[in-house]
Design a protein around this ligand. Structure first.
Ligand code: SF4
Length: 273
């Protein structure tokens, strides 16, 4: 876990899975891939295998060992619902989130079909927990709109959209059942442009639907100079967080040990760990 994150809408990141594969146009300039590939072949580095997908069971219990409440972006360097991550491993990640409930978790995926299927079945024990927020990425109409529908059909307590990188006007979105919308433009070399009217449309739709709106950034090649103000102000709205007590230190350590021992029994043969 990284105790501090530079991502505007979270406090910390936790990566019990590393690496991923591209699935849609929003992945073109994936920051996680760029970062991970920098360290391919560097002996002993967490990203020695670059962006190849691998499970990291030794990281599973980390939120239980971290006893100060935080908002945690789960798998900032991967996609928890990637097809090569076994169902049992995803369930183990969810069990940690349910146990360490003094944190707030943000789980974001582009594999919305699998998110819907699992939340409506084996992850039912975690789906309705208000401290776990389940989200999908929306970069355009073709790939984004079906993901919104999958999310709306998932039996979750808190659902959110990350409309980033916003690559076109996504038009009128159905925001029923959604608790949060983040919007942002792409940043870095080769960043694709985002038009002001696309952002204004999303903000105004959120206003009408009474959905909290977070404007992350305009992006561009120099994202710091473009900033994150829209019409002279920032938008930093969040869903309401729930507050849960922190478990005693010895209970946390024993739960972490249990979850890490249990995961050793999961058949990981199919996964390139
Ligand atoms: S799904 Fe996310 S982590 Fe995976 S390649 Fe695409 S942008 Fe990167």
């Amino acid at each position: 876990m990284s105790a501090n994150s530079s991502i505007e809408w979270t406090d910390a990141t936790w990566n019990p899975v590393r690496g991923c594969t591209k699935i849609s146009p929003g992945c073109k300039h994936c920051y996680a891939e760029t970062f991970a590939e920098r360290f391919r072949g560097v002996k002993g580095h967490p990203y020695e295998r670059g962006f190849d997908l691998r499970l990291v069971p030794e990281k599973l219990g980390e939120p239980l060992r971290w006893r100060t409440p935080k908002t945690i972006f789960v798998n900032s360097m991967s996609d928890l619902f990637h097809e090569e991550v076994p169902d049992d491993y995803i369930a183990a990640v969810a069990r940690v989130m349910v146990a360490a409930k003094w944190h707030t978790y943000q789980v974001l995926t582009k594999r919305s079909g699998r998110l819907r299927e699992l939340l409506n079945s084996t992850l039912g024990f975690a789906a309705k927990q208000p401290h776990i927020w389940w989200g999908v990425s929306v970069e355009d109409r073709k790939y984004g709109l079906p993901r919104v529908e999958d999310l709306q059909n998932a039996d979750a307590a808190v659902r959110f959209l990350s409309v980033e990188p916003l690559l076109e006007d996504v038009g009128r979105l159905n925001l029923d059942g959604l608790g949060w919308v983040i919007v942002g433009g792409e940043s870095g070399p080769g960043a694709r442009p985002m038009m002001r009217e696309w952002v204004v449309s999303m903000r105004d739709q959120c206003r009408r639907a009474k959905v909290p709106f977070f404007f992350k950034q305009w992006g561009g090649v120099r994202k710091s100079s473009a900033g994150r103000k829209l019409d002279g102000r920032t938008y930093d709205e969040f869903p309401q967080r729930v507050s849960n007590p922190v478990l005693a230190a010895d209970a946390c350590l024993s739960l972490a040990a249990n979850v890490e021992a249990a995961v050793k029994k999961i058949d990981l043969v199919e996964c390139p760990v």
